[in-house]
Design a protein around this ligand. Structure first.
Ligand SMILES: [Zn+2]
Ligand SMILES: [Zn+2]
Length: 835
């Protein structure tokens, strides 16, 4: 091409690498798993950059991430002439290890790569909300260091300015022209402009992100106590984990509630920072665990030096501008510790030294929309990519993690020919991504290292837990609320509550059901009408509100649709009954019991609209203004208040009778976690668990704080039934407004799976895939909630002996175009909810 300017040889022929780039566009395109090829006008384009490219007919500009740069090898069968150029570089970039992580996620979770990458970068970052560009000047690199040369040619004032600039400290430039003029004592910026015109100064831009609202203040609950002494168990864990910094490994920190797990995380992170590395901490929900987050802020707030705070916080309560600012702090190295929720596993922090996943059992780490990943498992994979240790902590570890920490590998099966590395996060082999899948000669050993913290720190003791048989309590006929059927506080609990309040203690009451009444039914048993959502197979829940007609609304907890409260049965015109007690009604019962309204606070997602509401509630509770917190599982997580002497579980059964094989595990976790809020100070704690199933093992073992016995029995059941973690599960849910269409689609998926499982590949010879024939395909079957928001839902479930075999099966279906994550199909690998 002709040019007005002489070109250097390198300009004439762009380098062979960097001429083309593969872009994963932010669309559900599953047909181009490695991205689409575009021409790159910029030789310095890097993997991870966000760009805009023309896509489809009409060349619509579409965002995407660069996943590869290179030369002709990216063309494949394409002709260079047909390759369109990238339209625009946006200026935001994901670190390269995250692109590698995304490639793994796209395959493992059966999700288009562009969707995975799109989910890694918050939309505030994509759209650069709050971006601020400063126009600055700096000394031009060609400017001579001595001023003599210019003396004859510069006007007097300009020369003086130039001398002044050369005399400035090294850190003074680049500077904003007006500020520089003031600093030099100039009357105007004229001399500075002339220095630019002469080429002695040059203009540069510096980008920053500003936001009006700073991160919601988390420090107010922070623990400003001096650094505690470590007890021997804590010291062993800190020493053991810290000694593995610099290489990948998974550690399970199993400590009873109040055993000082957070202090172990803090010390391990101190070691990582001292080694010049950074750290990432994932917590279930910062709005719900402000005390934990506050401790990280207190300890590391100043690590980055006076210029910047050392901790970036990423959670759902941030404004768009603040999210971008926190992200940029992590990306720019201003923050060397990132504390955040599930999606913070994608924080753009470089040079990771350790990853911590606190409360690793918590189901909020699982994302229930595309990409359907588990934050804990992605954290493990990220640690592998970054070659650093990951610490999973819990008082009630998931059975997946527990079995990896306590069970040794079965005899290693022969390497799977087709599968490549089966590097699965939760239960697969923890080998490096490139390590040979060989039979090693080491003695068998657990995949995760286990560290136990068996005792509470300081004065805390584990509370006494009393199980109360609710049918007994009912027989006594002295239930609160004048013996009302369905009243939720029995005489034992109400007595304990009175006693606790009388001696100045505080109490936490848990009921995992929101609203006032969960069912509205015809009072006539002969009629049996129940108010259902017109779009879902679910009953509508009554939510009271004094300022609404008829005193409230009925709301669907699945599609969030609302209706007026009906006053009569539409079938037989009789009066209606309100059954199934929720938190709102318990609040009413407690007031009836004489509890002063000012000292009681209901905490659920209805009463707490923002993180701020919750912080305020907790600070009032910590000051003692509020004596009783009543709430859903929000109150079960992480709260640490020394004056809580009573915890009441109003119904130990709410999570027990759901059609899900993890119902027992969830019940155990919930009771243990909420019980753990009691007795953390010098006063002994008491926990009362009301249940209709007082002999249920999950409840009895939780009352003894006996996780290990529970895990042993539950794991034996899972092995016997072939359920995770003994096997690996995937679930495909098809959705359609037409039930027959959803069923037919699910049938196609199930048939294709069965053909693979029974086909020639599953033969037990050299051409076969070992283990494929033992895959179990279940369904299609209607989901437990058969219809949500007008869409019928049909499920196919697969159980495979290993993650590798599951991946083989899913990718075979995916490449045959039988499996695609889209509006009609949800593919859930390692599902945690089976509803
Ligand atoms: Zn609904
Ligand atoms: Zn009726």
């Amino acid at each position: 091409m002709d040019s007005l300017f002489p070109t250097s040889p390198s300009d004439a022929a762009p380098p062979a690498t960097g001429r083309y780039a593969r872009i994963a566009v932010e669309r559900g395109l599953d047909s181009a798993p490695e991205g689409l090829t575009y021409a790159s006008p910029w030789p310095d384009l890097e993997v991870g950059e966000r760009v805009e490219v023309p896509l489809g007919r009409g060349d619509r500009r579409t965002g995407g991430i660069v996943v590869a740069v290179g030369g002709d090898e990216l063309l494949g069968a394409l002709k260079p002439r047909g390759i369109k150029p990238i339209a625009n570089r946006v200026g935001a970039k994901l670190p390269e290890p995250l692109v590698r992580l995304a490639l793994w996620m796209a395959e493992y979770y059966v999700c288009p790569l562009g969707m995975v990458l799109a989910g890694m970068m918050p939309s505030a970052v994509k759209h650069r909300v709050g971006r601020h560009v400063e126009k600055l000047v700096e000394v031009s690199p060609d400017a001579p260091a001595a001023d003599e040369e210019f003396k004859p040619r510069l006007p007097e004032a300009t020369l003086e300015a130039w001398k002044g600039i050369l005399a400035l400290d090294a850190g003074a430039m680049p500077a904003e022209p007006r500020a520089l003029a003031i600093r030099l004592g100039l009357a105007s910026i004229g001399p500075i402009n002339r220095l630019v015109a002469r080429g002695l100064l040059r203009r540069v831009e510096r980008e920053s992100v500003r936001s009006r609202s700073q991160a919601a203040s988390l420090e107010f609950l922070g623990n400003t106590a001096p650094r505690p002494e470590l007890n021997p168990a804590q010291a062993a864990a800190v020493g053991g984990i810290s000694s593995t910094l610099g290489s990948f490994g998974v550690h399970l920190l199993f400590g009873v509630t109040g055993s000082g797990k957070t202090e172990v995380y803090l010390r391990v992170i101190e070691h990582a920072l001292a080694a010049g590395r950074s750290a990432l901490v994932l917590v279930p929900e910062i709005a719900l665990t402000p005390q934990t987050a506050g401790r990280f802020l207190d300890r590391f707030g100043g690590v980055a030096g006076a210029a910047g705070r050392g901790v970036a916080v990423l959670h759902s309560g941030l404004s768009a501008g603040e999210r971008h600012r926190q992200w940029a702090m992590a990306a720019g190295g201003l923050a060397r510790v990132v504390v955040g929720v599930r999606s913070a596993v994608f924080a753009p922090i470089a040079n990771l030294g350790v990853i911590v996943v606190d409360e690793e059992h918590d189901s909020s780490f699982k994302q229930d929309q595309l990409p359907r990943y588990h934050g804990r498992d992605v954290a493990i994979k990220r640690a592998q990519v970054e070659a650093c240790p990951v610490v999973l902590g819990s008082a009630t570890p998931s059975l997946e993690s527990w079995s990896n920490a306590t069970h040794t590998d079965p005899p290693t099966p022969p390497p799977l020919r087709i599968l490549g590395n089966g590097g699965s996060p939760g239960g697969g082999r923890v080998s490096g991504p490139n390590s040979p899948n060989s039979v090693d000669s080491h003695p068998p050993r657990a995949k995760y290292r286990l560290w136990r913290l068996p005792d509470r720190v300081g004065a805390g003791r584990l509370p006494e837990v009393r199980i109360v048989d609710m049918s007994e309590e009912r027989r006594k006929g002295v239930l609160m609320g004048e013996g009302r059927v369905g009243a939720m506080i029995g005489p034992t609990l109400s007595g304990a509550l009175r006693d606790t309040l009388a001696v100045g203690g505080q109490a936490i009451l848990l009921l995992n059901r929101r609203g006032y009444a969960t069912h509205i039914c015809c009072a006539s048993p002969a009629c049996g009408w129940t108010l259902l959502c017109h779009a879902c197979d679910a009953a509508l829940v009554l939510h009271k509100s004094a300022n609404l007609p008829r005193g409230g609304v009925v709301r669907c907890h699945h599609c969030l649709g609302e209706q007026l409260v009906p006053d009569r049965c539409p079938v037989c015109s009789r009066a209606l009954s309100r059954l199934g007690t929720g938190t709102q009604r318990v609040e009413e019962d407690l007031s009836a019991m004489g509890l002063d309204a000012g000292s009681l606070l209901r905490v659920d997602s209805d009463s707490m609209e923002t993180a701020r509401d919750y912080f305020d509630a907790l600070s009032r509770f910590s000051r003692g203004d509020i004596r009783v917190l009543l709430g859903t599982q929000m109150v079960a997580k992480g709260l640490d208040f020394p004056n809580v002497r009573l915890v009441g579980v109003l119904s130990g059964d709410t999570s027990l009778h759901v059609p899900d094989f993890r119902a027992g595990e969830r019940t155990f976790q919930l009771i243990c976690q909420v019980a753990g809020r009691a007795g953390r100070g010098e006063h002994a704690g008491l926990v009362i668990v009301q249940t209709m199933s007082p002999r249920e093992p999950a409840i009895v073992l939780a009352s003894h704080h006996d996780y290990e016995s529970f895990a042993r029995a539950e794991l034996a059941t899972r092995v016997a039934c072939g359920l995770p973690p003994a096997t690996r599960m995937a679930r495909v849910v098809t959705r359609d407004e037409d039930h027959a269409a959803a069923l037919q689609h699910a049938q196609r998926v199930a048939t294709a799976m069965r053909e693979l499982v029974e086909g020639p590949e599953s033969r037990a010879d050299a051409t076969g895939v070992p283990g494929l024939s033992s895959v179990v395909v279940m369904g299609p079957v209607d989901c437990a909630v058969g219809r949500i928001a007008g869409q019928y839902r049909v499920a196919v479930e697969v159980l495979a002996p290993t993650a590798g075999i599951l991946r083989h099966l899913l990718s075979a279906l995916r490449s045959d175009k039988l499996l695609k994550s889209d509006a009609h199909t949800a593919v859930d690998v390692d599902p945690v909810s089976l509803m």
